[in-house]
Write a protein that binds this ligand. Structure first.
Ligand SMILES: [Zn+2]
Length: 218
């Protein structure tokens, strides 16, 4: 039985990088709800068609549909390991997921929380820059454009993304913490929670994940 893992992390915690590393090292099937929705819509499954009808109407896809898709995904994954990334987001979803695991006679092995300090994330994200015209990414410290404020490839204006303004980041972090805190408690009580320090470099955070999972090699 491969490992079944949930990855939780605040915006800016580098969750995407950690997910990629874990998926590659442990040979996990990666579930992100975004991809799951896209694939179901393309494949025109019954749930996919239902999801499409909400998305076309500009509405949020309801929990019930997402949960159905997750169940189909887990059924397909079977004994292979998988990483759930971006699901569950709420306590209700976590409880539904428990039901799915029970129904499919599977078990969840770990929930990894990449924990961060808001001030550190604000600092980290405040240095991200982007070209307003072509979208080329820059970083104020590690990858600044040759001429300050001007894109190397297209000459467009290099600015901080609106999403990365300190006030916006703090608001997003607060929202994340409010929504996710009950999930953290929930999994802690089940003895599944592993918390790692997301304030470190991505490499150091990943080393901590591997050490706590007891994964060796690579
Ligand atoms: Zn540009």
């Amino acid at each position: 039985m491969g490992l079944k893992i949930i990855l939780l992390g605040a915006p800016g915690a580098g969750k995407g990088t950690q997910a990629e590393l874990l998926v590659n090292d442990l040979g996990l099937v990666h579930l992100s709800t975004g991809n799951l929705l896209r694939e179901a819509v393309e494949a025109q499954t019954q749930l996919g068609k239902e999801a499409a009808s909400y998305m076309e109407a500009g509405k949020l896809v309801p929990d019930q549909v997402i949960i159905g898709l997750v169940e189909e995904f887990l059924q397909k994954v079977g004994p292979s390991g998988c990483l759930l990334d971006g699901f569950p987001r709420t306590l209700a979803q976590a409880e539904a997921l428990d039901e799915i695991f029970k129904k499919l006679d599977m078990k969840l092995d770990y929930v990894i929380e990449v924990r961060t300090t808001p001030e550190v994330i604000v600092q980290r994200l405040a240095h991200r820059l982007v070209c307003r015209s072509c979208g080329a990414p820059y970083h104020a410290q590690s990858k600044p454009p040759a001429k300050a404020g001007v894109c190397d490839s297209c000459g467009g204006a290099v600015v901080r993304r609106a999403d990365d303004e300190p006030e916006t980041i703090k608001k997003r972090l607060r929202e994340y913490q409010e929504k996710t805190a009950p999930l953290i408690d929930y999994y802690q009580q089940k003895g599944l929670l592993i918390t790692v320090n997301g304030d470190l470099s991505r490499e150091a955070t990943y080393e901590e994940i591997k050490a706590k999972l007891g994964v060796t090699g690579k």
